[in-house]
Design a protein around this ligand. Structure first.
Ligand code: HAM
Length: 418
């Protein structure tokens, strides 16, 4: 019995699925490159205060989910629960925004750590790919980010997508809207204990994000945030929607989406997988025009998004898009010293030609080597016995059909490639 297990909510990626992960990561790297984004990597942990300031004290992430620890120097550190704040910290620290009017486009792939109740598609170490477009307040920037996320899922072949877009306006609109929500929920609030009431009053918009069905029920007739937008926000939002229409991106307006992190202003959006159950959010993002200033930079508008890799894989599985495991091309079976030497040379030559190969490394007999070839699930087995050595030939066995043919060693590469 193994003595240890992976911590609850964490998972190993074993060789049979690792290629699925690379496929998702590569698809995102390629899309990012097509849009001219540069890769950025930041540490796994940061000063705790970075996340408290950015995600917000009332957010669930900061309240309940952070992996926070004191290091040996008694400094409070936190494993990153999301990628945006660390990226902004790095962009500011690296001086990437030093030139006025500069627009910075970066993408990343990163694990994130959230102490959540694990279930399918919800992990304590999850993985995201994401991008941030920093330095533009244009609605074209919001539309570019939304378009990129859609292109990414399209590149993976995922079809059943819902793109949900909303605007939560700026400070004044949110205050007015928060009051309207508190009004709407007044009788519910009266029944809450002091702590629950204080929490709701501190950030009423959190209620919209609540997973409690009774709260969701009460909220069904509540006012929507878009009725409270300032004129600039309304104009910005309309321009984003227009741009999305022009780019032929299918979307829905979803006035209940407010997002779980506190840093958003104006545009927010989510992409959901229509075939997924409870954890249907594939992607979340939006504009955060006040955050860079909050982190000590000069006022700089920005917008971004992050996509969960686990959830992308679940969506791909549901749409039957995950390819079989990568197969080995060739297993070489060689009997006797001379055959082994020739086999070694053939393996070397094939690998240089991009043909994947394995051979026996234990000095086993013919029967055992044929068994190894079967277990390796190679497409072809190459057999080098006495007859083949004498004739400078090699026997190729197609492992799917069982067909065999003997060809000159000199023709091997061209035969395999054809
Ligand atoms: P988020 O909505 O918290 O946003 O996460 C984005 C995506 O990461 C989710 O839609 C989901 O697919 C995935 N995800 C999050 N938590 C988990 C988890 N515990 N298990 C599995 N998947 C998870 C952000 O993180 C923002 N930083 C996005 C952003 C970038 N906004 C602006 N720029």
């Amino acid at each position: 019995m193994p003595k240890f297990k992976a911590p609850r909510g964490t998972y190993d990626v074993l060789p049979d699925t690792a290629s699925h992960w690379s496929r998702v990561e590569t698809a995102f790297a390629e899309i990012s490159e097509l849009y001219g984004y540069g890769e950025i990597r930041t540490p796994m942990f940061e000063e705790t205060d970075l996340f408290v300031r950015s995600s917000g004290e009332t957010s669930e992430v900061v309240n309940k989910q952070m992996y926070t620890f004191l290091d040996k120097g008694e400094r409070s550190m936190t494993l990153k629960p999301e990628g945006t704040a660390p990226v902004l910290r790095a962009v500011l620290e690296g001086g990437l925004l030093n030139q006025q009017g500069q627009v910075v486009r970066v993408w990343y792939k990163t694990p994130i750590f959230r102490y959540e109740r694990p279930q399918k598609g919800r992990c304590r170490q999850a993985h995201q790919v994401g991008m941030e477009l920093i330095g533009s307040s244009s609605p074209n920037a919001d539309a570019e980010i939304i378009e990129m996320t859609v292109r990414f899922y399209q590149a993976l072949g995922i079809k059943q997508l819902g793109v949900l877009v909303n605007s939560i306006g700026r400070a004044q609109a949110r205050r007015a809207y928060a009051d309207a929500i508190l009004n709407h929920m007044a009788s519910w609030l009266k029944d809450q204990d002091q702590e629950g009431r204080a929490r709701a009053e501190k950030n009423p918009l959190r209620l919209l994000d609540s997973k409690d069905p009774s709260i969701q029920d009460l909220l069904s007739g509540a006012p929507v945030v878009t009725d409270y937008l300032e004129p600039e926000s309304r104009e910005h939002y309309d321009a984003v929607l227009k741009r999305l229409n022009e780019a032929d991106i299918e979307f829905e307006e979803a006035p209940r989406i407010v997002r779980g992190l506190d840093y958003y202003t104006d545009t927010v959006f989510e992409v959901e997988g229509r075939m997924l159950g409870a954890q249907s959010a594939l992607c979340g993002g939006g504009r955060y025009d006040k955050l860079i200033q909050e982190l000590g930079g000069s006022p700089t508008p920005a917008v971004g998004a992050a996509m969960g890799i686990e959830r992308a894989l679940i969506a791909m599985e549901a749409e039957d898009l995950l390819p079989d495991v990568d197969r080995l091309d060739v297993f070489v079976v060689a009997l006797g010293d001379q055959a082994i030497q020739i086999g070694n040379r053939i393996v070397d030559r094939l690998r240089k030609e991009g043909v994947s190969c394995q051979q026996d490394i234990e000095g086993k007999g013919m029967k055992n080597q044929m068994k190894q070839a079967g277990r390796s699930s190679a497409r072809w087995t190459l057999i080098l016995g006495e007859d083949e050595i004498a004739a400078e030939s090699v026997t190729i066995k197609n492992m799917d059909t069982g067909d065999q043919q003997t060809v000159p060693q000199a023709d091997l590469v061209s035969r395999l490639k054809s």
